[in-house]
Design a protein around this ligand. Structure first.
Ligand code: NAP
Length: 249
């Protein structure tokens, strides 16, 4: 089923983990995909090659989303290459974990700048284009931590909670112009980000998941593709947890 045929998608942090799976899934559904990365040009090139080998269209774009000017240039570059942007997936993210009383200003700012401000800079630039087009879908990669909080992740939880507020505000502002904005809140997903955790931490996390397993990047990509597509035409301002039953009330 090619739900995204003729559409152009920009996926930030598309070189690895969840973003790579999202890029591949959107391409498989017919979208031309702009894959943004920060430093891992090799990983981004691999994702582009995999998409092209499967008959899809993709190109890699380096940009540090924590910088406003880099985000503006990224949007210009993608539009020069593909002509428009129909889907924006704000997925790039980092962790700099530490207990509150020991957290440095640097680690606080790094996480807020990348995980929250990056999504703002790109939503602002792409939102302008989408308003003119009178169509578009923005999907922000939040986290269940943005709803629950997490010891050792004050910076990350604040950024993800902020992303949820940003999503809802953008949804309200742009709905009248045919532009939707939603957030996906993954639970515990097997990627490089969670790969660094100890076996004990991993077992503790798994025991809190009703379905008894970690999620895969593909589990998240399926929900992003749905929200990006017209199947979600009447859905905006929502946060969808994809967490194997980790957080439901
Ligand atoms: P990951 O495997 O560590 O990959 C992070 C991606 O973000 C990479 O493509 C990286 O690019 C890119 N990136 C990092 N800083 C960037 C910057 N300043 N500018 C542009 N790109 C940047 O992470 P992941 O686990 O797939 O996580 C993806 C998203 O899902 C994040 O927002 C994360 O917070 C969220 N999430 C993950 C989980 C989980 O359990 N894994 C749970 C909830 C939410 P390079 O390859 O160039 O470094």
């Amino acid at each position: 089923m090619e739900r995204l045929s003729g559409r152009v998608a920009l996926v930030t942090g598309g070189s690895r983990g969840i973003g790579a799976a999202v890029a591949k899934r959107l391409a498989a559904e017919g979208a031309s995909v702009a894959i943004n990365y920060a430093g891992r040009a090799d990983a981004a090139a691999e994702v582009v090659a995999a998409i092209e080998a499967a008959g899809g269209t993709a190109a890699a774009f380096q940009a540090d989303v924590s910088e406003a000017a880099a985000c503006a240039a990224l949007v210009d570059d993608v539009v020069s290459r593909f002509g428009r942007i129909d889907v924006l997936v704000n997925n790039a993210g980092i962790t700099r974990d530490g207990l509150l009383v020991r957290m440095s200003d640097h680690d606080w700012r790094a996480v807020i700048d990348t995980n929250l401000s990056g999504a703002f800079y790109l939503s602002r630039a792409v939102g302008k284009l989408m308003m003119k087009q009178r169509s578009g879908s923005i999907v922000n990669m939040a986290s269940v931590v943005g709803m629950m909080g997490n010891a050792g992740q004050a910076n990350y939880a604040a950024a993800k909670a902020g992303l949820i507020g940003l999503t809802k505000s953008v949804a309200r502002e742009l709905a009248g112009r045919g532009v939707r904005a939603n957030a996906v809140a993954p639970g515990f997903i097997a990627t490089d980000m969670t790969g660094a955790l100890s076996e004990t931490a991993r077992e503790a996390a798994t025991s809190s998941i009703a379905m008894g397993r970690l999620g895969t990047p593909e589990d998240i990509a399926a929900t992003v593709a749905f929200l990006a597509s017209d199947d979600a035409a009447y859905i905006t301002g929502q946060v969808i947890a994809v967490d194997g039953g980790m957080t439901f009330a």
